[in-house]
Ligand binder design. Structure first.
Ligand code: HEM
Length: 415
């Protein structure tokens, strides 16, 4: 990988299977905060941005660091792919603003706040089912259920569809893990799926599902997010492909990320029992702890932008067309921003993490929702726990994009 990087390879998904390679990020942040990182063909390589301040500058300056020319993941798309796979994530203002407006109110603090009691009920019923069994997989029995059941609720699709939607979401976003996807992007030929989001054939099933839901709403209108998308399509604000991609993004973005936050949060509390004890004694700290859990978890490792014009970042000349990859996982451990960044401290304040992005037009649409779900889950769980311990290895998703836990066997005793 060249002299500067030594053996650092941020691309190979195998390098994230055991753990996040934090020492590589520490080294880059310290010595090479903006550095050219080569990639295996057909990709061209990218600028790796690892400091908090630089990451923030990139995300705020959307005119220079465009999403329209290629965003989200490392995959390099030709014009045709960019056009058909485009969602709000891959647009710049003013089009981005139009797209986001379609359902931004429903995801505002007020919009999701209306669901607080409902989320609490779901959290209780998920815990009622899981905890009495004593030994179970925390991911499949607890973390996975809450986010998808909530999404089913705001989409008003049947709760029975949740397992199917989970499986589809997993196979799309975890497209580097053979355990979760049959079309693993760096292992099998996925050329036939080049026009689909995440290069995943599963996207077609998600699209058909979205069509059925839209047709139902045309016949029998509902007051939900899908209705907003259906209206936007009938009014010509979204074409059919954009309607599909919009639905896909909401389904995927809102599902896995929150699940991993909850799993990482529980793992951190098991590994730092004094912090769990503190929350037991002072439950009023749980909202603050939620922010530390989000920083600690950083479920999305990076996002990407493409330079729309020549620029300079931290003394490096960036050329128009260059790929610029911002590593949230590194920025959230930047000692300039977070004293003792490797200390898990539920009392940490301030805690301006970039888990949802640093701000700017693409700041996570679901941030209020994810915060609320995480907070409520731990508010309901912690008072019930007497003891909790791991009973086997924690298995991670093979991915350079999501910091995900797929299995976490635990034994619990309750009060
Ligand atoms: C802990 C859970 C979550 C994490 C870590 C997360 C993370 C992110 C990140 C890093 C971005 C990009 C920010 C940027 O480019 O600056 C993003 C965007 C987005 N997120 Fe989330 N997210 C989470 C939950 C959700 C939920 C629950 C939803 C809603 C269903 C959601 C919907 C979206 C959407 C639609 C975007 C694109 C926004 C845009 O391009 O304007 N996310 N998220």
């Amino acid at each position: 990988m060249g002299d500067t990087l030594g053996d650092i390879d941020l691309v190979n998904p195998d390098n994230y299977v055991e753990r996040v390679p934090f020492e590589w990020f520490d080294h880059l942040r310290e010595d090479h905060p903006v550095v050219w990182h080569p990639e295996p063909s057909p990709n061209q390589g990218f600028w790796a941005v690892t400091r908090y301040e630089d990451l923030t500058n990139v995300h705020m300056d959307w005119r220079t660091y465009s999403s329209e020319l290629g965003a989200v993941a490392l995959e390099e798309l030709d014009d045709e792919q960019l056009e058909v796979r485009k969602s709000m994530l891959e647009t710049d203002p003013p089009r981005h603003t139009e797209l986001r407006k379609i359902c931004s109110k429903r995801f505002s603090a007020r919009g999701v706040g209306q669901y607080e009691d409902w989320i609490r009920d779901v959290a209780r019923s998920v815990l009622d089912d899981a905890l009495p069994t004593g030994e179970f997989d925390f991911v499949s029995e607890i973390s996975r259920d809450l986010p998808i059941r909530f999404l089913c609720s705001i989409f008003t699709v049947p709760q029975e569809d949740a397992p199917q939607l989970i499986a589809w979401g997993d196979s799309m976003i975890a497209n580097q893990d053979p355990d979760l996807s049959a079309a693993v992007v760096d292992k099998v030929d996925t050329e036939a799926y080049r026009l689909l989001p995440f290069r995943s054939p599963t996207a077609l099933k998600v699209f058909e599902y979205a069509d059925r839901q839209r047709d139902q709403r045309l016949a029998d209108p509902a007051d939900d997010v899908l209705q907003a998308l259906t209206i936007a399509q009938s009014e010509g604000v979204l074409n059919e492909r954009e309607f599909h991609n919009y639905f896909g993004v909401l389904m995927i973005a809102g599902n896995e990320t929150t699940r991993h936050t909850i799993s990482h949060g529980m793992l951190a509390l098991m590994q730092h029992p004094e912090q769990l004890e503190l929350l037991r004694e002072q439950p009023a700290l749980i909202p603050n702890a939620t922010e530390e859990i989000l920083r600690w978890a950083t479920p999305v490792l990076h996002f990407r932008r493409t330079a729309a014009r020549d620029a300079e970042l931290h003394g490096q000349s960036i050329a128009a067309g260059d790929k610029v990859v911002t590593w949230y996982i590194s920025a959230n451990r930047d000692p300039e921003m977070f004293p003792d960044p490797y200390t898990f401290d539920v009392t940490r304040t301030p805690n301006d993490h970039v888990t949802f992005g640093p701000g700017g037009p693409h700041f996570c649409l679901g941030a209020h929702l994810a915060r609320l779900e995480t907070k409520i889950l731990f508010q309901e769980l912690i008072p019930r726990l007497d003891t909790i311990e791991l009973t086997g290895p924690v298995e991670r998703i093979r991915s350079n994009f999501v910091n995900g836990i797929k299995r976490m066997p635990v034994r619990v005793s309750t009060k």
